[in-house]
Design a protein around this ligand. Structure first.
Ligand SMILES: Nc1ncnc2c1ncn2[C@@H]1O[C@H](COP(=O)(O)OP(=O)(O)OP(=O)(O)O)[C@@H](O)[C@H]1O
Length: 687
């Protein structure tokens, strides 16, 4: 057995390996799908007289003169000539090797962009090569690289990998014909080394058939891995919950002061059908702000409780968890369901009592924050887990909570059913790509009697006018939110701004009751302020973004957001969703500071133009890209490298169809395809 000292150097990566690893390049297969960013056409030589300013070209010329000049600054300059004319070359930072290459009389190949300088046509920082050997017959690829790894070295490694790697097709001919795809090898060779007569535009916008094939393969791998995750879930066991032991569901329906909308009824029916199965439900309940997700969750909880199981509901913030707790306890408490509150801020005794009632099964419904997933929380019989704003939780956290059921039923390893709720409407392609292992119910109907929120954009210069207007509105019986600007770099500064704004507004409107809520308040202080606002004792609530998600005070009908240009689109939509929840006509005032950046202008325009959460989400996705949009960086889900969800929706559908067929009929093909795409890229495989 080798000693540790012997084996250590072997485990250590060389600097080259480290750099390659930074690019995700480890296995041969990684290299072949490391595709160029762009290309250079070095297939032909351009005579100097035919150079055009602004165009990169290859010149073959003889060095006439080369020297280092010290004024006005230190630079290496040279003059070269071919039969057609002369060209100046310049380098500001240069190496002795460059100077050496510029030996007078030597013939060189020079690649660079020509431009008009003081002394006629010149190239700044051109690349030099000996004028020997044949010219390349294909375009020269420029790859994404990292510091310390030069293009020629990376190019060499990729060319070597291409020569060795297995490029055989993972798609049978008939699949290629059906989806109109070119062979893999042809696509890969063409992308790395295109012939000079291809249309570069179709490479740049990724519409070329070679790109099409690669994107399809990538999406297919992703759909396969998601479908496999789903199949794995289907092989897990859960208790079928039929809700027939009691009549809680009916009693809850009668107790709720409104009738469920059609969309809510549909969602409840879908959830009920899932929970009846003997494998765990994994359903995402999606609905725009104010669409009424909470009551659907309550119905699902009632089904589980009626079947003799406990339910856990977890929300990302205390305010949100507290609100769910209050609402659910109000609805279910009078029907005899013991609802328990569990967050990190409970005092020791309350906490112990809560944990006891969870463990002995007295607590039928437990509502809380992350504290719910801590290891010492033991359930007696957990049947359903509800996660609010699921994309805010990491995959790891989701799993933890699921494991709670597993622990409770350790002997048989039963998993609880899982319902996730999200107010971020996820565009269809994105849902199919990132949540393909979830079933989705959509609340596409708002409760009756809502009138759309009117959005107005106002410059911060008119703050005084706005203030007077808000005062008037409140005196007429309205309640309002005043959201303070986001100060990303400093939470302390953000807090200070909120405190200052509160003081200023209180001074300007002494006859009104003005409250303040922010993230630094203790949970019970926060709850007290929210309750006073709910009761109408506070007229105007100054807030930081703690009110962003889920706060539900139907009587509030005016929302004012300062420095709206600093907020993201989804965040603005969420904030605006705090009003327009009752029957009163609601207004959202977005105050902005000029000058506006292009992106901020687009965001504010989107807010002004539409109230539709799906349209907002679509534009948000367009502006931010799927990674930022879903917050996937935190949750560890992989992004697609080649496919673009905006433009490749059709491909996603095709890949999804084929993935389902393969897993059913030809799993060996699926395995083979995944091996090509997954090797060294385990992050594609979601837990
Ligand atoms: N069918 C319905 N008829 C009338 N009112 C309803 C109905 N369903 C829900 N509501 C009310 O609409 C308001 C919004 O519901 P809820 O808080 O569940 O929305 P949500 O989907 O969670 O929204 P958000 O994502 O903004 O928090 C609540 O005051 C709720 O009582």
């Amino acid at each position: 057995m080798p000693s540790q000292a012997e084996s250590a150097p072997r485990n250590k990566l060389t600097p080259l390996q480290q750099r390659l690893q930074r690019l995700g390049l480890q296995h041969e297969q990684d290299f072949i799908v490391h595709l160029p960013l762009r290309y250079e056409d070095q297939t032909q030589v351009t005579p100097i007289a035919r150079l055009r300013p602004g165009q990169a070209s290859l010149v073959e010329a003889e060095v006439l003169q080369a020297d280092v000049q010290f004024r006005p600054r230190r630079q290496l300059q040279a003059r070269v000539a071919d039969d057609s004319g002369e060209l100046a070359l310049r380098w500001l930072n240069f190496y002795p090797s460059q100077q050496k290459a510029l030996e007078v009389g030597r013939r060189l190949r020079i690649w660079g962009e020509a431009r008009l300088g003081f002394n006629g046509l010149e190239m700044v920082h051109p690349r030099l090569n000996q004028a020997s050997g044949m010219l390349s017959s294909t375009l020269t690829p420029i790859y994404p690289t990292t510091a310390g790894l030069a293009q020629p070295s990376l190019r060499r490694l990729i060319t070597q990998a291409l020569a060795r790697a297995d490029l055989s097709d993972t798609l049978p001919d008939e699949v290629r014909r059906r989806f109109d795809l070119i062979p893999f090898e042809q696509a890969i060779r063409c992308l790395h080394h295109p012939s000079p007569d291809v249309s570069l535009a179709s490479f740049e916008d990724h519409s070329h058939p070679a790109w099409h094939r690669i994107k399809f393969d990538e999406l297919l791998a992703q759909q396969l891995s998601l479908a496999m995750a789903r199949a794995m879930r289907h092989s897990q066991k859960a208790w079928p919950l039929d809700g027939h032991d009691g009549d809680l569901v009916q009693r809850l329906e009668q107790a709720i002061p409104f009738a469920l909308t059609g969309a809510q009824q549909r969602a409840v029916a879908e959830i009920r059908a899932d929970m009846l199965r003997a494998h765990p439900m994994h359903r995402l309940l999606q609905g725009d702000v104010g669409s009424g997700k909470t009551v659907v969750a309550a119905m699902a909880a009632a089904i589980a409780i009626d079947s003799g199981f406990q339910v856990a509901l977890m929300a990302p913030t205390e305010i949100l968890a507290e609100q769910h707790f209050r609402k659910l306890a109000d609805w279910l408490g009078p029907l005899g369901v013991q609802t328990t509150w569990l967050t990190g801020s409970l005092r020791t005794r309350q906490r112990r009592e809560a944990l006891e009632s969870i463990a002995n099964g007295n607590a039928r419904l437990v509502v809380g924050t992350q504290a719910l997933i801590q290891t010492h929380v033991q359930f007696e019989k957990l049947g359903l887990v509800v996660l609010d704003e699921q994309h805010r939780f990491g995959v790891g956290q989701r799993l933890e909570l699921n494991r709670k059921g597993e622990e409770a039923e350790a002997a048989v390893r039963y998993m609880p059913h899982q319902l996730s709720m999200s107010a971020t409407p996820i565009p269809r392609t994105l849902a199919m790509t990132f949540f393909a292992d979830l079933d989705v119910s959509v609340l596409d109907e708002l409760p009756p009697g809502r009138s759309p929120v009117v959005t107005k954009l106002i410059s911060m210069d008119r703050r005084d006018e706005v203030l007077a207007h808000v005062g008037d509105e409140i005196r007429q019986g309205r309640q309002a939110y005043w959201v303070c600007p986001l100060v990303e770099e400093s939470e302390a500064l953000q807090l200070q701004t909120a405190v200052d704004t509160h003081a200023l507004l209180a001074q300007a409107m002494p006859d009104l009751s003005i409250g303040l809520v922010h993230g630094r308040l203790k949970p019970d202080e926060k709850a007290a302020v929210m309750e006073a606002f709910r009761q109408g004792e506070i007229h105007l609530l100054v807030a930081t973004t703690v009110i962003e998600v889920g706060v539900d005070v139907p009587n509030a009908s005016l929302m004012l957001i300062e420095h709206a240009e600093r907020f993201g689109l989804a965040q603005l939509h969420q904030l605006r969703g705090r009003v327009g929840r009752g029957s009163a006509k609601s207004v959202c005032l977005l105050m902005y500071q000029t000058p506006l950046s292009m992106v901020a202008r687009q965001r504010l325009r989107a807010m002004y133009e539409t109230n539709d959460g799906f349209e907002i989400a679509r534009r948000d996705l367009e502006q931010r890209g799927p990674g930022e949009f879903l917050g996937v960086r935190q949750s560890g889900q992989a992004l697609l490298r080649f496919a673009d969800l905006e433009t490749d929706g059709g491909l996603v559908e095709q890949a999804r169809t084929l993935a389902a067929e393969w897993l059913e009929q030809q799993p060996e093909l699926a395995q083979r395809h995944l091996r090509r795409w997954m090797r060294g890229r385990q992050d594609y495989l979601r837990s």
